[in-house]
Design a protein. Structure first.
Length: 212
């Protein structure tokens, strides 16, 4: 099984970690015909696009541009910037796997069977945005309710989540990240706490006050 934890000790950047994790998981998913891991790969690809700022900025730039023009016209003496935040890699990975665990558990509790790939894909898509942190304490009780070995998707998602919950951040070796312990963390790359999108990253074209 390919897990994020395997890539956190090489000194790479978060983006490089994502690329390696995505590529290896995709290759393994093709070999094993694991449809959930293919969905997982698409999720990781979305995170990479956010970090690279390509598709994210392209999709948002026109909205920001129109709003910036409106504010400049309506409030010509007002100085302002935009802020945004990209969720951390570790928390995003926890949420994705946590939602698989939750959906399989709920499905099994109601039907005494397991969902197929199509059913998992329709829940997983928008659901990873939900507050997974509030559900972490339920993971072990869900594990006890699902027979081990009966559902590969559940087993792998649960194990990935547990590995991340037990991660010793002080031993992680990621570029621009350091931790004395799991409470005292210096996260300059967005691995654990998320990364702030600086104003110039999505408004640089407007900083010279030239408006069409």
């Amino acid at each position: 099984m390919i897990t994020l934890n395997d890539y956190l000790y090489s000194g790479d950047t978060v983006l490089k970690i994502l690329q390696r994790y995505h590529n290896d998981l995709k290759e393994d998913a093709k070999k094993t015909q694991n449809g959930v891991d293919m969905i997982h790969c698409n999720f990781l690809l979305q995170l990479m696009e956010l970090l690279e700022h390509n598709d994210f900025l392209t999709s948002q730039s026109q909205r920001l541009r129109e709003f910036y023009k409106y504010m400049s016209n309506e409030y010509p003496f007002l100085a302002f910037t935009f802020k945004g935040r990209i969720k951390s890699l570790i928390r995003a990975e926890q949420k994705f796997n946590g939602n698989i665990v939750e959906h399989v558990y709920d499905y099994y509790a109601k039907k005494s069977s397991f969902p197929n790939i199509t059913e998992l894909k329709q829940e997983i898509g928008p659901a990873y945005q939900l507050g997974y942190e509030k559900r972490q304490d339920k993971e072990r009780s869900r594990r006890d309710s699902i027979p081990s070995g009966e559902c590969t998707y559940f087993d792998e998602a649960y194990e990935r989540g547990m590995l991340l919950q037990g991660l010793d951040l002080s031993k992680v070796d990621v570029n621009m990240f350091g931790a004395v312990n799991n409470q005292l963390v210096n996260d300059g790359c967005g691995l654990y706490r998320g990364r702030l999108i600086l104003p110039y990253e999505h408004l640089s074209r407007f900083q010279n006050d030239i408006i069409d």
